[in-house]
Design a protein around this ligand. Sequence first.
Ligand code: ATP
Ligand code: MG
Length: 384
Amino acid sequence: MRVLLLRFGELYLKGNNRNIFESMLIGNIKKKLIGEDFKFSKTFGRYVISNYKEEDEENLILLLKQVFGLYSLSRAIEVDAKPETIYAEAEKVDIGNKTFKAIVKRADKNFPIQSMELAKKLGEVILENNPNSSVDLYNPQFEFNVDIRMHGKAYIFSETIKCQGGLPLGSAGKGLLLLSGGIDSPVAGYLIGKRGMELEALHFHSYPYTSELAKEKVIALAKEISPYVGKIKLHVVSFTKVQEAIHMNCLPEYMITLMRRIMMRVAESICEKNSLGAIITGESLGQVASQTMQSMTVTGEVVKRKPVFRPCIAMDKEDIMQIANAIGTYKTSILPYEDCCTVFLPKNPVIKPTIEKCEKEEKRLNIDMLVEECLQTEEIIVID
Ligand code: ATP
Ligand code: MG
């Protein structure tokens, strides 16, 4: 029978919590494949998807490759774990003059033949039927893998397809992603999701300074990361009044820093109201003036009760772009619509802001009122 053999990685590390992690992963797999025709079964250390239509296989693989916590998968043949059925599969191998290697893993130590011996015999069978091929133990062009499990079944496969890895979505609580229209923040959301964190998202727009299209772009980005991070409740708020107030009252070089501090306060308040445990941004050290150590000190300082996670902090732009390409957000991110941060952009933003100077500038503003006004413009879009 044709099946998909699924492997999970890090769950092994979780001791007593492993069962919780595992049931989350299984729940996520089933949810991902909802509407598809298949049977799910669990063996020791592996999951098996079977009873699906062959023409659905590619789509199933595509979906499974989006599930955090799955490490790899193989298209496999399931047979009864008996020497003769395994030999029968080896007889079918047709590899012309390719080099090969037979690899046997035996979880079931009661299986009558030892792994090395079985591998050797399988090699002989394959060589006999493919006289132009040869064995290459180090860099074979074809692998004949036999995985003998504990429940009387063996799985035969030649390829291992890498999946996402990480931890099951939901196993690390839920956070608030500050989602701009840029390249970095969708990647940050994907990366933190990969560690098991579910997300809501927050976007600040500056309508009418920025166009409606800028908002559409952010909705599109949220839709693009949703296959990985699941359902996203997107909070969209207007930042226009805040920007106008800062622009009118404060030092231009502190514009971005003060904006960021208010963004963080709004974010923390949305976290409190929605029981979200962390704030996530796409910041990367040194990328721009607002992402120096000192800038992050003063923006982080206003957040009192939540951690601020910055998954891209130590990544080069190139590497962030590579992930954006792989997950499919890059093309949307580079669409040209203005971001709220480009409105009233100062010529020389401060690189080393201090908390004291920020507080001095903020005395010219009614911070609580600005935060409250911002929150009142909130619009919610659910992306599933
Ligand atoms: P990105 O590519 O994510 O926009 P960036 O390199 O353009 O990042 P900044 O514009 O300095 O960097 O923004 C730093 C972080 O602040 C973003 O990654 C995002 O998390 C948050 N952010 C910036 N602008 C907004 C916005 N309009 N709405 C929500 N979050 C924002
Ligand atoms: Mg940006």
